[in-house]
Design a protein around this ligand. Structure first.
Ligand code: FAD
Length: 403
């Protein structure tokens, strides 16, 4: 559905984007929608969906052709994420596998790791997850306790992770761990751990408020032997690597927020024209019109900022602060506007089989994962006051020098 108030979106305006949009539409209609209820019941999506996506070239759109990828810019990945959210499909989690896992290996992995993992990731044969959060720490990543002890040619890994997206179905996991307990951020490293490693076990998928077809679970590492070749980059660089990759992860959350609001608005516009109350279609009430005018306005203004961030990331110029604004603001808009849409469905809005209920359930976590919105605001504020605090620090140093 295209409304007259929408701005032309330069970011997705090529013939290649249009062709990709058609492939994405066919994929979700034929290979996702028919299985959605079954996946939601079991709590995870089947491998066939990944393999089909691989066959259609929908995985790792930005991966360098040297490793078999299409080498497209980030806007193609963003289009896939936005369309997926617009269809209200919580699985397969392309944003995790294609926009987090594959770039981690491509940008930080050795030739050995790239050759071993990237072709299988691209075909959908292997799917990866990223394990940072622990039961005792989420926002404060430096405080992780999972520890990899150096034993010469291998590490011995011990610890627990939780809330890991596609942790249950993934074939390998990138694990953030300490390789030096005496250091904070500089003691963090990333290891790739294969799912069949001895001592590595997984909890059952959590029963969640939303994203029900996408599994989230706990991971347990008990004396897991991890070969040294599975270290991503070098020891002690893990925190830096995560900070480098986080803007992309955060922008994917903003992009999916845009798709989700668009999908919810479309469903609501259809519904309020069909449903009657007091002998009139709901859309004839001024309240309905005003609410949807508000939703459309919030969506379009936010979309303009997010589109600009997509362009910046495609040119490798997006800053961490810009990504934080996009993630924070778009996810707040998503939760606020979808709540208003749901209200217009009355009681039906609360019933899971109505797509608006799914949009609502899936939205809530967007303010929590990828760094909570409070952490996003800390980062934005830090950039606003960076000069002030720099000057304060140097004047204190000068004062200390003179006393
Ligand atoms: C569905 C789902 C999928 C997820 N997928 C993954 C994944 O794939 N990989 C992964 O590693 N993690 C994943 N997570 C974890 C997610 O990133 C964390 O839940 C999130 O970072 C918050 O950490 P926490 O839950 O420990 O909350 P806490 O850090 O305990 O925070 C609790 C509250 O305190 C606030 N708070 C914390 N510190 C501050 C501060 N300094 N100032 C102000 N307020 C603060 C937070 O904003 C929050 O409101 C997922 C979570 C969910 C629910």
């Amino acid at each position: 559905m295209i409304f007259n108030h929408e701005l032309p979106r330069k970011v997705y305006d090529s013939d290649e984007h249009r062709m990709l949009r058609t492939t994405i539409g066919d994929y979700f209609k034929n290979h996702v929608n028919p299985y959605r209820e079954q996946w939601e019941k079991q709590g995870y999506c089947d491998k066939e969906a990944w393999l089909k996506a691989g066959e259609l070239g929908l995985i790792g759109l930005t991966l360098d052709p040297q490793y078999g990828g299409a080498g497209l810019d980030f806007s193609y990945s963003a289009l896939l994420i936005e369309e997926q959210a617009r269809y209200g499909a919580s699985a397969p989690s392309f944003s995790m596998h294609s926009d987090i896992i594959i770039p981690y290996i491509e940008n930080h992995g050795s030739d050995y790791l790239k050759e071993k993992y990237l072709p299988r990731c691209l075909s959908g044969e292997w799917v990866g997850s990223l394990a940072m959060t622990e039961p005792g720490t989420g926002s404060d990543v430096q405080a992780i306790r999972t520890f990899a002890e150096d034993r010469g040619d291998h590490y011995v890994l011990n610890g627990n992770k939780t809330f890991i997206t596609i942790g249950y179905t993934s074939d390998f996991t990138i694990v953030a761990c300490k390789t030096d307990r005496t250091l904070g951020a500089r003691g963090v490293s990333l290891l790739i751990v294969d799912a069949d490693s001895k001592g590595f076990s997984k909890g059952q998928p959590f029963q969640k408020l939303g994203l029900k077809a996408s599994d989230t679970c706990e991971l347990f590492f008990e004396d897991v032997i991890v070969p040294k070749e599975n270290l991503l980059g070098s020891e002690g660089r893990g925190f830096y690597q995560m900070m480098t990759e986080l803007p992309r992860e955060r922008l994917t959350i903003a992009v999916s927020a845009i798709g989700s609001v668009r999908g919810a608005l479309e469903k609501t516009v259809e519904y309020v024209q069909e449903r009657k109350a007091f002998d009139q279609p709901l859309c004839s009430f001024q309240n309905t019109q005003f609410k949807l005018a508000e939703v459309a306005s919030e969506l379009e203004v936010t979309c303009a900022y997010v589109d600009r961030c997509v362009e910046l990331l495609s040119d490798h110029n997006l800053t961490a602060e810009q990504a934080s604004i996009a993630k924070y603001y778009a996810s707040e808009v998503q939760c606020r506007t979808i709540d208003e849409c749901l209200q217009l469905f009355g009681g039906y809005g609360y019933i899971w089989e109505y797509p608006i209920a799914r949009f609502y359930g899936d939205a809530r976590v967007q303010r929590i994962y990828g760094g909570t919105n409070e952490i996003m605001k800390l980062m934005i504020a830090r950039s606003i006051f960076s000069e002030y605090f720099k000057q304060l620090k140097s004047s204190k140093q000068i004062a200390a020098h003179h006393t």
